[in-house]
Design a protein around this ligand. Sequence first.
Ligand SMILES: Nc1ncnc2c1ncn2[C@@H]1O[C@H](COP(=O)(O)OP(=O)(O)OP(=O)(O)O)[C@@H](O)[C@H]1O
Ligand SMILES: [Mg+2]
Length: 425
Amino acid sequence: MRAVSANLFALLLLCALACVFYVWSALESRVERQQRGFSAPGGPSLQRGLPADLSAKTFRVLLAVPAAQKPHLGGRPKADSLSGQAVGSRGNHVNGDKKRSARREGPVQSGSPVEDGIFWSEWLEDLLPVGFTEEHCRAWRERARAHRIVKLEPGCGRISNQLATFADGSRACVRYGINADQVQGEALTYYLATLLGITNLPPLVLSQPSANSEQWAGVRPQIEGLQWSDRAVVSLTEWVSNLTGVVTPALLRQEGSGLHPVPAELWNKTTAELLELMQWTDLIIFDYLTANFDRLVSNLFSRQWDSRVMERDTNNLLRTPRGDLVFIDNEAGLVHGFRVLNMWEKYHSTVLSSVCVLRKRTGERVAELHRRRDARKRLLELYRDSEPLSLQLGFLSDEHADILQDRIDRLYKHILHCKEKYSQF
Ligand SMILES: Nc1ncnc2c1ncn2[C@@H]1O[C@H](COP(=O)(O)OP(=O)(O)OP(=O)(O)O)[C@@H](O)[C@H]1O
Ligand SMILES: [Mg+2]
């Protein structure tokens, strides 16, 4: 009897210890996430008061999927630029003029927000200045390749990413990536956005902080502390100040009606709301094409156990004070996203099928990539011509290039379907 009591007591003691350990671990991980949320120098916290972020945990687990294909770089095909426009055309202004911004804040114009059935109206397009312009990107990229890096510190998410300060005082987020796939994904999604004329991604360059790099010589001790591999290729993206979080608009949450060119959904919106929705339609098209699950889709997935996830900020999406959306952290796109497509395709398709309004230019570029069936060729050409380290980092495998073309074709069919359905409006 005494032995039984002793065993029972020992068992109870073990359970109590396990509970204490569990509570301690949960507290520790919450504190770590909150610290990271407050760590961007000069920037506002984007994760204020969030409960433990389950969606991010899910993503971390998925990142553990082992790398599959060996990257390769194809030949050197020649191709015309899309629609006769310069490849990489990103418009002309980083900052919109005052007149335009006053109109953005004002009441909705009497005209319809859509034209030709499914496209955002020209008057709305005129009110939305280009995000990161071609000139801005070119100048930033030149500086990012030329200036020495004088400081590395936390401030760009997980510890393997770093906030770098250049000798001229400007800053960049350095993304090391869990494996080369992620750096490839980040870089290739940037160039795909350029091909599509989507200007919401900050400019990016690849870099190699190897031991003999002059540019990185000033931060060598920090690099050693971070244990980055000497041959690793990292991406640098422009660091943008004063960004804040973005909650998914109600129409685009799963319980929402979706975005269709019908009066009930769009005609009661303010101009500012319409301009934001317009950028969301580019985001949805872009994340569908790249199969990037680490934004809206991972939030939808997390709804299974976190019913209020959609009321909080969307992963990897930020907003400037002017209202422009900034698509950051695209490393799940294309390479990794294609590798885990089976897991996520249901969600990608659901999101795409809930949207039947789009920007005319994006639609035209998708139509052209569909008609010419040359997405691989154009992406490769742009990437190879713009990135001295492209050979080292590699390109999409043939299989993934086929998946990209297939997604362009599916997207094109979806646009046709929307046109048929709403052409009478
Ligand atoms: N280009 C940028 N400009 C300004 N701030 C940025 C930029 N990129 C990242 N950040 C800041 O770093 C945070 C995390 O960025 P990111 O998503 O790239 O890293 P992460 O390691 O995936 O982190 P998380 O797991 O929190 O998503 C952002 O929420 C933002 O505060
Ligand atoms: Mg992120």
